[in-house]
Structure formats: C-alpha cells, structure tokens
Design a protein around this ligand. Sequence first.
Ligand SMILES: NC(=O)c1ccc[n+]([C@@H]2O[C@H](COP(=O)([O-])OP(=O)(O)OC[C@H]3O[C@@H](n4cnc5c(N)ncnc54)[C@H](OP(=O)(O)O)[C@@H]3O)[C@@H](O)[C@H]2O)c1
Length: 278
Amino acid sequence: MRVTIFGASGLLGNALKHEWTEDEVTRLSSKDTDIRDPHQVTGAVERSRPEWIILAAAYTDVDGCETHPDLAMQINCRGAMNVAEAASRFGSRLLFLSTDYVFDGKKSAPYETDDVRAPQNVYGRSKAEAEVQLTKILPDCCIVRTSWLFGVGAKCFPDTILKLAAQRKELEVVNDQRGCPTYNRDLARAVIQLCRRNATGIVHVTNSGECTWFDFAKQITQSAGLSTIVRPVSSDRMPRPARRPDYSVLSSKSLQRYDIRMPSWEDALKRYLDERKS
Ligand SMILES: NC(=O)c1ccc[n+]([C@@H]2O[C@H](COP(=O)([O-])OP(=O)(O)OC[C@H]3O[C@@H](n4cnc5c(N)ncnc54)[C@H](OP(=O)(O)O)[C@@H]3O)[C@@H](O)[C@H]2O)c1
C-alpha cells in the first residue's frame, strides 16, 4: 500500500514513523508542503500517488488559534480542504485527524460520533468546519477524532509535568476538565488498522478510561517515582485565551465496529515513560 502523511514531523507523525513499517510511506512536514498552498498539495499527491492520505497536519496550539483565528482557519480548514480536493482528484482515500474540542463539553457521558458539534474555541471551530467541508468533498473520508495526545517526539503534557516536577516541590493542575489522554503510539496503530479495514465516517480513537488533568498529572509524577505534591485547582485560577470543554470523553463504540480495542491511559502512560527513558 502507498501512503502519504501530511504532518509527519508532529507528535502523531513521529509515532507513525515507528509503527508504519510495512508499506511505502511518504512523510511530509510543512517544510516539504504547506497545505495552505493548493499547488504544493496537488504536486505532492501527484508525485506520491497514495492509496491512503493521512492528514495529521494542523495548527494545534489551541491558545495560539484563539489569538490567530485566520491562520487557524487557513491551515485547519482551508488547508485540509486542499488535501481533500487533491485526494479526490487522484483517487486517494483520506483519513483526517480531528479533535474532542468539536464538542461543547456539556454532556456527562461519553460523546458519540453523531452528537452535535458545538465547539467552544477557534481551534475546535476550525476542525469542526473542516469535518463538514471534507465530508462534502469526499463523502467516504474517514474522520478520526482523538484527544489529549501525548508521546515522545514533541512537547506534550506529561513531558511538561515531568520537567516542572523536577524543578518544583508543588504543582497546581486543573481538576475541572475531564477527558481521556491518548498515547501517540496507540493512536498510530489504530490509524494503520483503520486504513487496512477501509474505514469510513467518523471514528473516535482515544485510550480507554477518563480522568482530569489533575488526575493525569498525579499519575505521571507517581509513576515516575517523584515526590512532588500535585494540588487540584479550578480553571478560573489559570485563565487561558481559549476556553476548553469541561467534559470531552469520546465513546469507543465507533472503534469497536472495526474490532479495535485501545489500552487504558494508565497502561499507555507506563509505556510512554519507558519509551521516554530509553
Ligand atoms: N495534540 C493533541 O492533543 C491533539 C488532540 C486532538 C486532536 N489532535 C489532532 O491530531 C493531529 C496530529 O496532532 P499532533 O499533536 O501530532 O500535531 P503537532 O505535533 O502539532 O504537529 C503538527 C504537524 O502539522 C504540520 N503543519 C503545521 N502547519 C502546517 C502547514 N501549514 N502545512 C503543512 N503542515 C503543517 C507540522 O509540520 P512542521 O513540523 O513542519 O511545522 C507538524 O508536522 C492534528 O490534526 C491535531 O489537530 C491533536
């Protein structure tokens, strides 16, 4: 199978490099192809002629998107449409990475794939709009929503917590946003399986279980054997430019349709810490 990955230098892209070993994979960063430029995108797809395109390229800085809304829409929505149009022209299947932030966070049970999109911030709006537009261009595209991505290869929450815990005796972490962390290696494996199983439509892919950022931070310091005290605080104490949903756990029902099971986030964290050490 021939595969082209846009966003290959990011957190997910890095894991795909390790996991996707059996096929002919073309890996592209923004330096190779800027997805905002339709000519560059068409050229890249024409050269690689992939059966599958993985669209992991995005402007993922949630607070940055809030202060640069035009850039967020250009990359996350218009750029994604450029890739979908090229996929349509050259007959490639498309798997697009989206986010739990397309939801408003008002539910208290896991979000299903057909729950109404109601994003609370610019990043979520740019991804939600991309989902709608991509489905118009390529009705059989696969949209993989994930959440709270972490892993070796780029900046992520556990890495930040471990660095802060090494410098401070106490840390304050928000305890009123609930979601599910997702290890980039587990997400990469699921993405590969979904392509092999010819997935279409929206699929939710996260590690199993749920927690708050405080729970996650506590588990990170404990698992790493650090004595740093982690204290829970409310989001009001730590205002940020972009509003986050209070609750954004994604239901795994859509993934079970493809007979894919995800390990718990606690198990994933242990494997991340081992990978980080090595
Ligand atoms: N991180 C999360 O917590 C999270 C949660 C939910 C969903 N997601 C989604 O999952 C996907 C992968 O996320 P990630 O964390 O791996 O992202 P990431 O680490 O921020 O990497 C972003 C990737 O996009 C590329 N990129 C940025 N602007 C581009 C442009 N104009 N043209 C082409 N490429 C561009 C970057 O290339 P350079 O390295 O060259 O800049 C990089 O390869 C994204 O679609 C994201 O929205 C992420």
